[in-house]
Structures are given as C-alpha cells and as structure tokens.
Design a protein around this ligand. Sequence first.
Ligand SMILES: [Zn+2]
Length: 456
Amino acid sequence: MYNRNMIAYSTPPMIEPSVTFLGAAQSVTGSMHLVEIGSQRLLLDCGLFRGRREEVRQRNTHFPFDPATLDAVILSHAHIDHCGNLPNLVRQGFRGPIYCTPATRDLAALMLADTGRIHEEEADSQVTSGDADRTIDHCVPIPYEQELALSGDVQLRFLDAGHILGSAITVLTFHHAGRTHRLTFTGDLGRRGVPFLRPPTPVPAADLILCECTYGGRRHDTLETMAAKMSKVVRGTLERGGKVLIPAFSLGRTQLVLHFLQRWMRDGVLPRLPIYVDSPLAADIAAVYQRYGDAFEHLPAAGLPPVHYFRSPEEAREVSLLPEPCILVASGGMCDGGRIMPHLRLHIDDPRCSIVLVSYQAPHSLGAQLLQLRPTVRFHGRNWNKWAEVVSISGFSGHADHEDFLALLGPALGETGKICLVHGEPPQAEALATDLRKMGFADVTVPRREEHVKVA
Ligand SMILES: [Zn+2]
C-alpha cells in the first residue's frame, strides 16, 4: 500500500537509530513519532490531528508509512491528541502490541469509544466503534517502573508523568555500535505543586530527549491564586443567587477541578454548594480514577462534599432550571460543543450567573469570544447578551509550565546529548529552548514535521 505521501524508509543493514517527527511537531495536535532501532519500527503515540477540515481528513487517514510494517506502538496517555488515531492505524493493517500503562488502557477504551461515536456521526469518516474495540484488544498494559524487553534488544520502561491518570514518560534503552543508548519521550508532563496525582518524575538523561513544550515561556497560577480566584467568583455568584458554570474537558481537567472544589469546600475556602457534573464520559472516567486510588498523592479524605453526575440531558436541564445556586461542571472545555451548550443558552444573559474558564481557549473558540470585552457573543445562529460574569483561571492546567520544565529537565544536564522540543507552538518552543540552552543543554532543537533525527 504505497501512496505519494508515504516517506520511503529503505532499511539498510546498519541503519542508525533515529526518530522521525510525524505529528505535534511545532504544533500541539496529532502526537506521533516514528522510532527506528535496527530492524525495529516503533511508533510513539498515534494522536488524532485536529485543524482545518480538509487537512484533518488528509492527515488522519493517510499515514506516511505502512501501518502493517510497525512492530509496536508505545502510548504515553489516553488524551485523544495522543491515542485518537489508533483505530485508523488498526483499520489500516497494524497488528502489533500497543504498550501503555494499565490505567491508560482503561481510559483509552472510554475515550476511543466516545470518539468512535463522533466519527460514526460524521458521514465522511470510516472509523467505527468496532475499530475502537479492536484497538483496545491490542493494548498490553505495563505498570510504571517495570522493565520490559521488546524484540530487537530494546528495553522499555514507563515512569509517572503526573499529567493525567496513567500518563507515562517512555524510556527506551538499546545497544548500538558497542554502546548503550537511551531515548526518552516525556509525553505530556504534569505540574508540580498541585497535589492531586503524584508529581511528574524528573526526566531521565538520554542521548535524545523528546520533550513536550505546550506551556514553554508561560507561568500558571499558583494553588493559592487559584483558590483565591475561585473563592471570589463562587462567593459573588452565591450572593447574587446565580449558578457557576465550569466548562471542562472530560478527561483530566474535570477530575482536577472537582478535586479542588471538594477540598476547598471542606476546608472552608469555598461556601458549600451542590456540585453537579454534566458529562456521561466524565462519570465513566470517575469510576476508572476510583479504581486506581494508589495513583493519588492525596486520597480523597472524609468530609468531602458529594458530586452528582448527570447521564441524561433532561435531568441536567431540570437542575439547570432550578432557582437554587449550584456549581455545574459540564463537558466542552472551549464551549464549542459538548454538554455545556444548553447551560450556556440558559444562563449566558443572566447577570447573577458566572462562567469560569479553566482551559486554554483557542483563538476562534466560543470560550475566547466569552473572554473578549464585548456585550454580546454569537453562537447557535444568534447573538446573546453576555451578562453573566466571565472569569479565567489558568492554574487547572494538567501541563508543566516553564519553571516546571526547567526543574524536571535540570537533573538530566551533563548526561544528555540532545533535546528535541515537540508538542508546542513555535513561540512556546523557542522560549523554552532559549532557557534550556542558557542552563547548559548544548543541543536543543525544535524539529519540523517529517524531520529525521539520529538518536546517538
Ligand atoms: Zn495530554
């Protein structure tokens, strides 16, 4: 199966170990990198690309290699931009194992089933829920810190990346030309100082480190600032007799927000209000988080207020129409769809209510429109008066910020060959690259898509 977009990977007998960057290179979507070590061909992540419609179709359905020739996939975590295109890979002939942590397998099953449903609703997509199920059958769960020998003298080890439940740093060790070599892929790295999941493991030194840089050059709110901002908006809304709407992505963000809402209510930082979650996917994810209790730095303790999950939209609407104040977390982090939409329609023009944005808002999203100083917003074909209070709290990010990167990479200084920054827009990547060079890392680059880099 050859097409003109396919990169010709001829395999001479003594091929140099290398990485080819195939997605999330100078961008944040569709994470995918091809690692070649001897005769082994390993794919790091197989994320769904999102962007302009035509490019989406082209990038997601045409792999620049034959999926049948891959020996294995190594999956860093269950976010769709890292695992979402696996069903296409399987559909197009991939037959090998997908190595991931046990929690990532369980979460990927939920995430892929959910996107499978979305794909089926789009007439032009061929991916089905059946493809998602078959993909999960390929998963081979490997716990953190366990060494696994892959074929071709390659050792694989996962370390806790602290980004979402199950997220992993991948460490590959192998021999080439009489030396031991190491390749480290951070996947997405979590924050330090926001105790919920365990903190990210410092990135191990390697001949080549592939490091994400989503928030290079940026600094997130501290936990104290987050608590102060949330307290102000929740107390103000309660005094006015309104509702607090929190749009949040179902995997990662929702669990983090709920954890701190509960904790702050218990500790008196926030007034006690009913907490509702309108996202069937988040309800399923909550059950998986519960099963892996030992992944958490602070187990939910006694005295936490309850959280009620809605599965049916009707039940959610009923509560949304009640006059009592409450906190309503709903799916759709950027307000461009999801279960937040009916609540926005009901409350956007209610000056008693507030909308708390806890995610990055892409430039053309409704969330970004909400943040602009304009009296109206446009969605669902009409203009709406924007009379609800809109507040943004950046600290709920699941990603490392600039200081986190410097701290997590610091220990690798002196024993690391080169660092390639991936999963970040060029300004963020350059900001991080500049400070890593200042720290003493001699070789830091920001590879383009389809760029080919030798490991050693
Ligand atoms: Zn992620």
